[in-house]
Design a protein around this ligand. Structure first.
Ligand SMILES: [Zn+2]
Length: 361
């Protein structure tokens, strides 16, 4: 389970800087040279979304670096309990960014894999309603999103990669290799370290400094793990939030000042929360499970409340909106916030924020 899984940047004939990338990669002492091919990786290829039809304008990413961070099982109430002194980084992101503590998960399920698949595809879950169909939450080594959906399914990875951007995925859960298998050719680097948030943060940090990624997705599982073991908002959980805050601090050190990170924009959310004292988070009807934060932070992002900036969205208050009516900000908005930040059109087939209306300036 703990086997490191690493891919190096793949080479595309048309890409500039290929030689430099190759040399750096080969010289790097920290990166295994051999790529471990995931089970089922090859079978995902035929399911990929076809290239755009001839004649459609070729899109190119702008110079931004989008860093998406998902804090698995993050109940934002922990921040009020801990205060600014013990969670300075998360407080800073919320204070300086375009942010809300009252976004929502997916409607159907409040578990990890379905919600992460929504974050990267911008789709709802139910495949019969145009969703991605990933309605399970375990590690299925042969599964792909395309097979679950029963149709070609694009993601932020495929849109960015088709627009000549480089992408990476860092995660602390083996089951998230589902994304790697589903977009084999679109994710240039994958690092999975089971339950090792520190190693994942370190790897992501190094990668952010050394590569000019357009889109990086970082999944950190410590809070979920601690919640399952000790209960959400328990003392160990709150300690874990403090630890997570420090990890985020090391991940983001120099953002905005270091010239290598000058164009970094962070998009932070969660797949689900968890109710105080509970050891599970499966009930989508419970607010503690379906309430998550959604934060944009970085150059070009205005400070303020996301709902105040976005009359097209509605703060759900204590409610749990369904699919009809004005929507709350959702974790599934992430995909098209990222494409928008990078100057690209929406992910084909997406539902959340498909008109890229969510504003942050
Ligand atoms: Zn969990």
């Amino acid at each position: 389970m703990a086997t490191p899984r690493t891919t190096r940047p793949r080479l595309r004939p048309a890409r500039l800087g290929v030689v430099a990338v190759l040399v750096v990669a080969l010289l790097s002492p920290v990166r295994p040279v051999a790529r471990v091919a995931p089970v089922g990786a090859v079978s995902a290829a035929p399911d990929r979304l076809a290239d755009p039809p001839p004649g459609s304008p070729a899109e190119r990413v702008n110079g931004r670096q989008v860093l998406a961070v998902s804090l698995d099982g993050f109940n934002v109430q922990a921040l009020a309990r801990l205060g600014r002194a013990r969670t300075p980084v998360l407080h800073r992101l919320l204070r300086q960014g375009a942010a809300t503590r009252n976004a929502r998960t997916q409607v159907e399920l409040t578990v990890t894999l379905p919600n992460h698949t929504s974050m990267v595809t911008g789709r709802r879950i139910d495949a019969d309603a145009g969703g991605h169909g990933v309605d399970w939450n375990g590690h299925r080594p042969d599964a792909t999103v395309q097979r679950a959906a029963g149709r070609p399914t694009a993601s932020v990875f495929s849109v960015v990669h088709d627009a000549t951007g480089r992408t990476a995925l860092f995660a602390t859960e083996e089951k998230l290799t589902l994304l790697e298998r589903s977009w084999t050719h679109d994710i240039d680097r994958v690092v999975v370290r089971q339950d090792d948030d520190r190693a994942v943060v370190r790897a992501a940090r190094r990668d952010l400094l050394r590569r000019d990624r357009s889109f990086t997705f970082v999944h950190l599982g410590l809070l979920d793990e601690t919640g399952h073991e000790h209960g959400w908002l328990s003392r160990p959980y709150l300690r874990a939030v403090t630890r997570m805050d420090r990890l985020l601090g090391s991940l983001l050190r120099g953002a905005g000042s270091d010239r290598r990170l000058a164009d970094l924009v962070v998009v932070l959310t969660a797949d689900h929360g968890g109710a105080a004292g509970e050891h599970h988070h499966d009930d989508p009807l419970r607010r503690a499970n379906h309430r998550v934060p959604f934060v944009l932070w970085g150059r070009g992002v205005r400070r303020g409340d996301l709902y105040r900036m976005n009359p097209a969205y509605a703060d759900p208050g204590r409610g749990r909106p369904g699919f009809g009516g004005t929507q709350p900000v959702r974790n599934g908005d992430l995909a098209n916030v990222a494409t928008d930040l990078l100057g690209l059109g929406p992910v084909p087939g997406s539902r959340w924020n498909k008109h890229q209306r969510l504003r942050w300036r």
